[in-house]
Design a protein around this ligand. Structure first.
Ligand SMILES: Cc1ncc(COP(=O)(O)O)c(C=O)c1O
Length: 457
């Protein structure tokens, strides 16, 4: 990698404003320029190979060279490269995709609405919740409860839902009427001797009390990822969603399942909602919907929400929401082909077969002096590093220990995701068992390097 002269790296520093990057550090560190992808591998400009241990951003489920998706895009490009869904217009790719998604949803759904990103899908969900309650004549019932460390995106409403300080700080967020409740991370936040079940009960009680304090007539919805991804790969404690949903039902609060990471096989079921028994009223999804080959996201709504939207739009004269690219035909065609491939290749069955290999291989690091917790399900996992195993004391954030490990990972040819002190894994769903072993081996080398580096501090 060179940052000199007219190199790609130096032009990147000169012209690109990078998402989720320390912009000051980037001016000296520069980028890792990725030029090619094949299967589960990506290659940088020097030709160095990396196993993409996070499928890009938890999204490239079919790897980086699925020809059928390229062909599907080409076919659609030639026939109808763009059309829209506004004002009674429609086209076959969006019709077919709507039907397919509604029929495969983990809970009864009525309609699919399309956008281009997970953030837009969640922003849409927020607006639909507000529209719904206005339609029902409940203008006060508007607050939405999200969770600390939940991740729902970065547009104004979605960033407000996101429970991570860096998404709010100095962006003047969150907006009004968005609240946060507990992060369901048993290892980090349970009390001494508290079982997972007891912890789940306490969190459900806290939610109940929050709703009571705010006034149930003001609380409209609760949003959750089945497994928290960007907040640190946090799997819910046993009985959590069962207890949370009982509280929501008691107060007539809608459930929004954010399936942007979990959807389409990641957890070993088609939906994270199935894995953890969620029965959402609204479901948002993106990423693996098209294996990330083209931007597309979807919001599924149930009949009760749809009917309220119908009534409200009749009153107003129009349902005043939609994006130019809602249901873009080329993205929709690629998404349809992606879903066909999942079915033909039984991607869920494949994840059930290789997922345990990843979880078991990582579990072997539980004895490592730097490892506090190994957690995960299907093909998503997190390894949390700790300064002290016995007390679970985290590292000094200034050490940026997981980022250090990820940098060693690059040297060993693995792309891993540092999140606080946790290292995240979410490889392409097509990964094979031997490739899982190789990924874990490269992680192990990076972990050892991290331990040596730490000892030298
Ligand atoms: C669970 C979840 N929801 C929403 C989003 C936001 O999606 P996007 O980056 O496409 O806006 C993400 C992105 O990582 C996500 O993980």
């Amino acid at each position: 990698m060179t940052h000199l002269g007219n190199s790609a790296a130096s032009r990147d520093i000169a012209y690109s404003l990078h998402p989720y990057t320390n912009l000051h550090a980037h001016e000296t560190v520069g980028p890792l320029v990725i030029t090619e992808g094949k299967g589960i591998y990506v290659y940088d400009e020097t030709g160095k190979e990396y196993i993409e241990g996070v499928a890009g951003l938890w999204c490239t489920s079919l790897g980086f060279s699925e020809q059928r998706l390229v062909d599907a895009a080409m076919r659609q490009m030639k026939v109808l490269p763009f059309y829209h869904q506004f004002a009674h217009k429609a086209h076959n790719p969006a019709i077919d995709l709507s039907e397919r998604l509604v029929k495969m949803a983990p809970a009864p759904m009525s309609k699919a609405f399309f956008a281009t990103s997970g953030s837009e899908a969640n922003d849409t969900a927020v607006k639909l919740v507000w529209y719904y309650n206005n339609a029902l004549g409940r203008p006060e019932k508007k607050k939405i409860i999200a969770r600390t460390k939940g991740y729902h995106g970065v547009t104004v409403a979605a960033a407000s839902l996101t429970g991570l300080p860096n998404c709010h700080r100095d962006f003047d967020l969150p907006i009004a009427r968005i609240l946060h409740t507990d992060c369901p991370h048993w290892y980090r936040y349970a009390e001494e001797g508290e079982s997972e079940e007891a912890y789940a009960t306490r969190l459900a009680d806290n939610l109940d009390q929050l709703i009571q304090r705010e006034g149930p007539e003001t609380v409209a919805a609760f949003i959750a990822e089945p497994v928290m991804g960007a907040g640190g790969v946090i799997t819910p404690p046993r009985t959590y969603f069962e207890k949370i949903q009982a509280v929501l039902a008691k107060h007539d609060v809608l459930l929004i399942a954010d399936e942007v990471i979990c959807g389409f096989g990641r957890t070993g079921e088609m939906w994270g909602s199935t894995t953890y028994g969620l029965k959402p009223d609204i479901l948002t999804t993106a990423k693996a919907l098209s294996s990330a080959y083209l931007p597309i996201s979807a919001v599924l709504v149930n009949e009760k929400i749809y009917r309220a939207c119908v009534a409200e739009s009749e009153k107003i004269g129009v349902f005043g929401h939609g994006y130019t690219y809602s249901g873009h035909p080329v993205s929709s065609a690629v998404a349809l082909e992606t879903l066909k491939i999942y079915e033909e290749r039984d991607i869920v069955g494949h994840v059930r077969q290789v997922g345990p290999r990843l979880q078991q291989a990582l579990a072997k690091f539980r004895d490592h002096p730097l490892v506090g917790e190994v957690r995960g399900v299907g093909l998503i996992a997190g390894v949390e590093l700790v300064a002290d195993k016995a007390t679970r004391q985290p590292f000094d954030p200034k050490l940026a220990i997981a980022a250090k490990l990820a940098a060693f990972g690059h040297q060993h040819g693995a792309v891993l995701r540092p999140i606080g002190d946790t290292v995240g894994f979410s490889p392409p769903l097509i990964i094979e068992e031997e490739q899982v072993d190789e990924l874990v081996k490269r992680f192990g080398m990076a972990l050892d390097d991290t331990a040596k580096w730490l000892a030298a501090q």
